[in-house]
Design a protein around this ligand. Structure first.
Ligand SMILES: N[C@@H](CCC(=O)N[C@@H](CS)C(=O)NCC(=O)O)C(=O)O
Length: 213
């Protein structure tokens, strides 16, 4: 049984939960009280992840962090969703790096500042992030205009990774991608039909929080 350290607002964790569920494997969640500072405590960093980040997957004696690493590991171990040739596996990795550096990173930060940060968002920072999100989303929207999923006709972990934050309520980010990026919106709807998909707040532990700002 896999064990996953996580909390409900973590889209990076939802990427992994979506894959675990699509694979149909057993897992249990371990709630981490991120908003009370648990991941910033020296004890948690010592025992669970020195990088101070969620998600953390425990598979027997092995502990893995970084959603991209976890997705790659699970896809290889279960022989699904990882690509079927070296070219496809490299293409998956290409999207995972793009996602971690830009696509999720800018959007996740923007949403955090808009809804969950302890102080109100700085308008200049938000404008910068919004500009970066616009560019990344434009790139993905154009790519998806010609295919059902990032690599073609079938979903892979690249799709699970990039979509991780797009199933949360729009009010949390205040960035309605559906208005400007119709191919992304259609892709998100296709992903919701992948067996195993569920609403993040139904499958991740912890309270749902009202957007703060
Ligand atoms: N690249 C990492 C990002 C993980 C990440 O930023 N996780 C957030 C929660 S969604 C976190 O724990 N942040 C704590 C921090 O940055 O201090 C991944 O994909 O796993």
């Amino acid at each position: 049984m896999y064990r996953l350290h996580c909390f409900a607002q973590s889209g990076n964790t939802f990427k992994v939960v979506f894959l675990l569920r699509a694979l149909g494997v057993r897992y249990e969640t371990i709630y981490v009280d991120y908003f009370a500072g648990e991941t910033r405590s020296p004890a948690w960093r010592e025992s669970t992840n020195a990088m101070g980040e969620i998600p953390v997957l425990v598979d027997g004696a092995r502990t893995l962090t970084q959603s991209g690493v976890i997705l790659t590991y699970l896809a290889a171990k279960h022989g699904r969703f990882g690509g079927t040739s070296e070219d496809e596996r490299l293409e998956v990795l290409r999207w995972l790096f793009f996602d971690n550096h830009k696509f999720t990173s800018y959007f996740g930060t923007y949403r955090f500042m808009k809804s969950f940060a302890p102080t109100p968002p700085d308008s200049a920072v938000m404008a910068f992030l919004r500009g970066r999100i616009d560019v990344c989303y434009g790139i993905v929207d154009k790519h998806l205009a010609e295919r059902s999923f990032l690599l073609g006709s079938e979903p892979t972990i690249a799709d699970f990774s990039l979509s991780g934050y797009l199933f949360y309520p729009v009010e949390e980010s205040g960035y309605d991608y559906r208005v400007r990026f119709p191919s992304i919106a259609a892709w998100v709807e296709r992903l919701k039909k992948v067996p195993g998909w569920a609403d993040p707040y139904e499958v991740l532990p912890g309270p749902k929080l009202a957007p703060k700002w």
